[in-house]
Write a protein that binds this ligand. Sequence first.
Ligand SMILES: Cc1cc2nc3c(=O)[nH]c(=O)nc-3n(C[C@H](O)[C@H](O)[C@H](O)COP(=O)(O)OP(=O)(O)OC[C@H]3O[C@@H](n4cnc5c(N)ncnc54)[C@H](O)[C@@H]3O)c2cc1C
Length: 381
Amino acid sequence: MNLTLSPEHEEIRRLVRNFAEREIKPRAAEIDQRSEFPRDLVDRAAELGLMGILIPEVYGGAGLDHLAFAIFIEEVAKHCASTAIILDVHASVGSEPITLFGSEAQKRRWLPGMAAGKLLGAFALTEPEAGSDAAHLQTSARRRNGVYVLNGTKTFITNAGQAGLYVVMAATQPGRGAAGITAFVVGGENPGLKVGPPFAKMGLNGSPIAEIVLQDCQVGEDDRLGAEGDGFRIAMRALDTGRIGISAQAVGLAQGALDDAVAYAKERRQFGRPIAEQQAIQFKLADIQTGVSAARWLTWKAAARCDAGQPFTRDASMAKLFATDMAMSATLEALQVLGGYGYLEEFPMARRVRDAKACQIYEGTNQIQRIVIARELAAAG
Ligand SMILES: Cc1cc2nc3c(=O)[nH]c(=O)nc-3n(C[C@H](O)[C@H](O)[C@H](O)COP(=O)(O)OP(=O)(O)OC[C@H]3O[C@@H](n4cnc5c(N)ncnc54)[C@H](O)[C@@H]3O)c2cc1C
């Protein structure tokens, strides 16, 4: 068992840390306050080769592994969880289904633009009446004269309106549940795809989410990912990697909060000495550090198992469950270390608390993660 990062992983951490500290950190507060999509940071990520982190080199990507991907998302999330989720969705659920399940022609058509950052990816599974129970989605895809016609509404879609392509799950055999679902790639310019106004939300303000309305939206047979009926399996596999990304996002949020809380506790003096000398504060910091380390190891373990070609569904769900619950409590406790200042928007703590909440909800709520873990346990016998 090797518990040290390889020189290549250290290098990616150095590269992203540098980018995040110099370019993302100074932008994070205004992105949040103005609900601004950080196009400049997406473009810079592309220049650094990060938009194609998981895309094979032959299609213009960096061809790195899931551990590198987790390191990347953590370092970005330390300073801006909005930017982290935009990049995470693109790199995982927004593009990996094409890498894993696309035909050679689909890969050549879509992946180079995604790796270059010209096409941002999005993933459209959730519907107003089908959230956790995604197998019962209602969007239909009917085959007519050599094309599929998609009708239905997707909701909560990250990168909506900014994306150049959407991986869309629709029922080719309505009423058959998971077995009737098929995955499609729908270009952002498709006239049958309409994007609703961005939802106002609690946090992650730089990351737009909106409804996607598919109205007689025509896509070719060559836009189908995999075979008819493969869509649910494709979506679940996409979410396994996605959950590594969300875990990494949560670890980054908590690590950023811890770093700021430690620095503040050493500076802030009350009762004649730094508050870092109060055992009550020390215990908070110790608990956060322990949670962050445990969550990072769970995340890296899930990534390492994925990279080794081993089953990792249960590991990804455990990492997501633990890391995101940890991030919620860690950001709240770190805010408390700053006292009244933590409550001010002038400091990044309140933003981190608002942003952390989403991590417990998306890519399968933490109740659903428990169902996945328990199901895997039962299946293992
Ligand atoms: C910021 C944000 C970004 C998102 N981005 C995307 C995206 O890019 N693409 C996409 O497709 N979706 C996206 N989503 C949607 C997200 O994945 C769903 O919100 C989530 O899966 C839960 O679905 P729901 O909101 O319909 O809740 P529901 O499924 O209605 O659940 C409501 C509550 O009931 C609980 N619950 C439901 N079923 C069970 C059960 N069997 N056992 C125990 N508890 C249960 C849930 O845990 C939850 O607490 C996003 C959501 C948010 C908030």
